[in-house]
Ligand binder design. Structure first.
Ligand code: PGA
Length: 260
């Protein structure tokens, strides 16, 4: 894991967006794995900026989202389908036919999950996966104790995640109890992972992910086994790391050819 601690959210998202941009320029039909939640919003704004101001072409880009709430129709204001349109897809020249989000209303959920895995495989796998982390260490909606080799499937949310997401729904009772999420094993097959985490509330999970033991109790800790993961943090999210001075030193002293 490469740990990059930057001054704030804006700077972290600018650097992360440069990684996405250089991938798409190099491989115009790149497969991006996308995340929702509050964390990636600024990154998507930077991607939109790269499209509008620097001509970044999304015309052949393909995308797979991590997850969706089970039972929510696509036009529900909290569906991740709607989120992606509002925060990214409607503002760049992406072909809607090239975007994939699990269908919250799938009748046969196991069959839908298998088809989602097949579609990722047929696209050649995910080149770059954007990830956030839950305050409980989840990635996607893989809650603590999720199998570390799991595939796309239905999951039940923890009480903690329901409480965390209640703010978007106007109350806990409105938050769906079930979700469809890429599995931990699915995420681990991405060729490159860009994890973003901001704010004090994420500090414990970030420290457990980076410096704690590898355990399904902190699903994000599996990223210690991923060969190409970069973690972008602001100072607050990095607060509980024991080795933050070392990570900063490494970043500041990267050989010129390795900088991004
Ligand atoms: P957040 O969620 O970006 O809204 O903090 C992150 C996550 O739960 O993965």
């Amino acid at each position: 894991m490469e740990i990059v601690i930057l001054k704030g959210v804006a700077q972290a998202c600018q650097v992360a967006a440069r990684l996405v941009e250089s991938l798409v320029r190099e491989k115009p039909d790149a497969v991006l794995g996308l995340a929702t939640g509050s964390t990636p919003v600024r990154l998507y704004a930077e991607m939109i900026r790269a499209h509008c101001e620097a001509g970044l072409d999304f015309g052949r880009v393909r995308t797979f989202n991590l997850d969706e709430y089970a039972g929510l129709p696509r036009d529900h204001e909290q569906s991740y389908y709607r989120f992606m349109r509002e925060k990214l897809f409607d503002h760049v020249n992406i072909n809607p036919a090239n975007t994939n989000i699990p269908n919250g209303l799938a009748q046969d959920i196991p069959a839908h999950c298998r088809a989602y895995e097949d579609a990722i495989r047929q696209a050649g796998g995910v080149d770059l996966q954007i990830l956030g982390i839950g305050a409980n260490g989840h990635i996607g909606f893989n809650e603590p104790t999720s199998s570390l080799v799991s595939r796309t499937r239905i999951k039940s949310l923890t009480r903690h995640t329901i409480e965390e997401n209640a703010r978007f729904f106007g109350g806990e009772d409105e938050v769906p109890r079930h979700v469809i999420t890429m599995g931990v094993g699915t995420i681990m097959e991405s060729r490159q992972i860009v994890m973003l985490a901001f704010g004090e509330k994420k500090a414990r999970a970030v420290a457990d992910m980076i410096e704690g033991p590898l355990t399904s109790y902190v699903p994000a800790s599996i990223l210690q086994m991923h060969p190409n993961t970069k973690v972008f943090l602001d100072e607050e999210a990095a607060m509980e790391l024991k080795r933050s001075e070392y990570y900063k030193w490494v970043y500041e002293n990267k050989p010129a050819w390795q900088k991004f």
